[in-house]
Design a protein around this ligand. Structure first.
Ligand SMILES: Cc1cc2nc3c(=O)[nH]c(=O)nc-3n(C[C@H](O)[C@H](O)[C@H](O)COP(=O)(O)OP(=O)(O)OC[C@H]3O[C@@H](n4cnc5c(N)ncnc54)[C@H](O)[C@@H]3O)c2cc1C
Length: 462
C-alpha cells in the first residue's frame, strides 16, 4: 500500500477549507492546510465580516437624523475613516487568530504558503519548494474579483479588496456592477457621506432577486441620493489633469470621481493551480467541476466553495465542507443541499430572501398566489423617513406550499434567517395564517396577509 505524507491536504484556508481541515484533523486524520494570504479567507479578511462592519458604520448617519423625531439633538456628527479601518483591522486579525487556533487545536498542520498540484496525490509548497503527498486533496481556493482587463483604464480601478483599506475616503465614487457586492458598497459609501454612482449594464439591479425587491431598493437608493445608471457600461477610465479619475460611459457621460470600483463578478482562483497536471476538469469560467458529493473527475481530489461556482456564499462553502467530511471520513455519503437558501443584501434598506422569486416560481408552477404588502414601518412615523417596507409571499396555489418570501426593509436579513427554517421545513400558507403575530413589529405583516394581493396563472397576472 502507498504511504502518503498526509491523509488530507487542503489547499485554501477560507470558509470551506478551514472547516474541512479542522473537522478531519479533529477526527484524528493527518491534515495539512496551505493558505497563501491570511487564514479566514475572503469572508473574514475581505468579504462578509469587514463588509458588515462597514455596513454598520454607514447606518449611523441616518440613525442620528432619525433620532430628532424622537426628541434627540445630536449636533453635527463627524466621521473618521482611518479609525474605522483600524478598528475593523483589529477585529479581523482577532478572527483570523481564532481560525488558526481552531486548526491548531484540532491537530492540523498549518502551512503559510501557496500550494499547487503536481499530480493527483502530490502538492508543491511554493514557499519552500517542498513536495508532499496526500491520500486526498481538497481544493478550497475560492475566487477573486474579475479585474475586467478588457476595459481601458481598468488598472486605475479598485475592487472590493482595496475598498476595505483605502488610505482615505473618496469624495466621489463610481461603482460598476449590479450584484449584491456592488449594491452593498454603493450603500456603504453613500452612508459614509461619499457622492456615489452605481452603473450597471442590465435593466435593473440585482438580477437574481424578486422584482419587487429590486425596484423597491432601486427607488429607495435613489431617494437617498445614490445615482443609479442602468443600461450603461464603462467605455474607458482615465486620469484627468487634476489627478481625479474620469469614468466615460457607453452613453457618453463623463463621471468625475476619486475612485472607480469594479464589482463585475468573481472568477475561480484556478489559474496556475496545477489542475492540468493533476488532470482535474474545469468549466468555462475556470470553475472546478464536481459531482453531487463535491468530487472532481480525479478520484483523490475534491473541491468545495466558491471555486466550484455553485453558490458563492460562506454558509454554502462551510456546508459543502461538512458534507465532504461526512462523505469521505464518516462513511455517510452526503451531497450538499442547495435548495431554499436564505440570503440577504445588506443595503439600506436590506433585502432578505428565501426561496423562489415570483418570476422563477411562475416558470416552474402553473398557478401562484402572491401576498404583498407595502407599508411605512412604525419607526418611520416619528422619524419622518419616507422609506417603505415591502413583504411578499409567493405561494403555490395548488397545494398552498410557500415557495418564497421576500422582504425589503430594516433587519430583513435577520428575518430571512428565521423564515429559512420555516420554508426548509416545507411550511404552507396555512401555517403562516395560524401563526400568532408578534405585535407591534414589522414582521407581523408576514402572518396577517390573509387574502392574495393577486394571482398568477401560466405566467400571467390575473
Ligand atoms: C466583498 C464580499 C462580500 C461578501 N459578503 C458575503 C456575505 O455577506 N455573505 C456570504 O455568505 N458570503 C459573502 N461573500 C462570499 C464569501 O466570502 C465566499 O462565498 C466565501 O468566502 C467562500 O469560501 P471559500 O472557502 O470557497 O473561499 P475563500 O473564503 O475565498 O478562501 C479561499 C482561500 O484560498 C486561498 N488560496 C487561493 N489559492 C491558493 C493556493 N493556490 N494555495 C494556498 N491558498 C490559496 C485564498 O487566499 C483564500 O484565503 C462575500 C464576498 C465578497 C468578496
Amino acid at each position: 500500500m502507498t504511504e502518503f505524507d498526509y491523509d488530507l491536504f487542503v489547499i485554501g484556508g477560507g470558509s470551506g477549507g478551514v472547516r474541512a481541515g479542522r473537522l478531519a484533523a479533529g477526527m484524528g486524520k493527518k491534515v495539512a492546510i496551505a493558505e497563501e494570504y491570511r487564514f479566514g479567507g475572503t469572508c473574514v479578511i475581505r468579504g462578509c465580516v469587514p463588509k458588515k462592519l462597514l455596513v454598520y458604520a454607514s447606518q449611523f448617519r441616518e440613525q442620528f437624523e432619525d433620532s430628532a423625531g424622537y426628541g434627540f439633538t445630536c449636533g453635527e456628527a463627524t466621521f473618521d475613516w482611518p479609525t474605522l479601518v483600524a478598528n475593523k483591522d483589529r477585529e479581523i486579525t482577532r478572527l483570523e487568530g481564532l481560525y488558526r487556533k481552531g486548526l491548531e487545536n484540532a491537530g492540523a498542520e498549518i502551512i503559510e504558503s501557496r500550494a499547487v498540484l503536481l499530480d493527483p496525490h502530490t502538492v508543491r509548497i511554493e514557499k519552500t519548494g517542498q513536495t508532499v503527498t496526500a491520500e486526498r486533496v481538497l481544493i478550497a481556493v475560492g475566487g477573486s474579483a474579475n479585474p475586467h482587463a478588457a476595459l481601458p483604464g481598468h488598472e486605475l480601478c479598485i475592487t472590493s479588496n482595496e475598498a476595505f483599506d483605502l488610505a482615505e475616503l473618496p469624495k466621489a465614487v463610481v461603482i460598476a456592477g449590479g450584484g449584491y457586492i456592488a449594491v452593498e458598497f454603493a450603500n456603504i459609501f453613500h452612508g459614509l457621506g461619499v457622492e456615489t454612482t452605481l452603473i450597471y449594464r442590465g435593466k435593473e439591479i440585482l438580477s437574481r432577486f424578486d422584482r419587487d425587491m429590486r425596484k423597491g431598493l432601486h427607488r429607495a437608493m435613489e431617494q437617498k441620493g445614490i445615482r443609479i445608471l442602468c443600461g450603461e457600461i464603462f467605455a474607458r477610465i482615465e486620469r484627468g489633469p487634476d489627478g481625479r479619475l474620469i469614468a466615460h460611459t457607453s452613453e457618453g457621460k463623463a463621471l468625475a470621481c476619486d475612485q472607480v470600483m469594479l464589482a463585475l463578478g468573481r472568477d475561480p482562483n484556478t489559474h496556475g493551480l496545477g489542475l492540468e497536471a493533476a488532470g482535474v476538469a474545469t468549466g468555462p469560467k475556470g470553475e472546478i467541476l464536481v459531482d453531487a458529493f463535491s468530487r472532481t473527475n480525479v478520484d483523490s481530489i475534491y473541491a468545495v466553495g466558491d471555486v466550484t461556482d455553485r453558490l458563492q456564499l460562506t454558509p454554502v462553502a462551510i456546508h459543502e465542507a461538512m458534507c465532504f467530511v461526512d462523505t469521505v471520513y464518516r462513511d455517510r455519503p452526503t451531497s450538499p443541499d442547495h435548495d431554499m437558501i436564505a440570503t440577504a443584501v445588506f443595503s439600506q434598506p436590506e433585502i432578505g430572501t428565501v426561496g423562489l422569486s415570483e418570476d422563477a416560481a411562475s416558470r416552474r408552477f402553473d398557478a401562484l398566489e402572491i401576498y404583498r404588502a407595502e407599508f411605512r414601518p412604525m419607526k418611520a412615523t416619528l422619524s419622518g423617513r419616507a422609506e417603505k417596507m415591502i413583504m411578499k409571499i409567493v405561494v403555490n396555489a395548488e397545494n398552498r406550499n410557500v415557495l418564497g418570501v421576500h422582504i425589503l426593509g430594516h433587519e430583513a436579513g435577520e428575518m430571512a434567517q428565521l423564515l429559512g427554517i420555516a420554508l426548509k421545513a416545507g411550511c404552507t400558507k396555512d401555517d403562516f395564517d395560524r401563526t400568532m403575530a408578534v405585535h407591534p413589529t414589522a414582521s407581523e405583516e408576514l402572518v396577517t396577509m390573509y387574502q392574495p394581493s393577486y394571482r398568477v396563472k401560466a405566467g400571467e397576472r390575473v
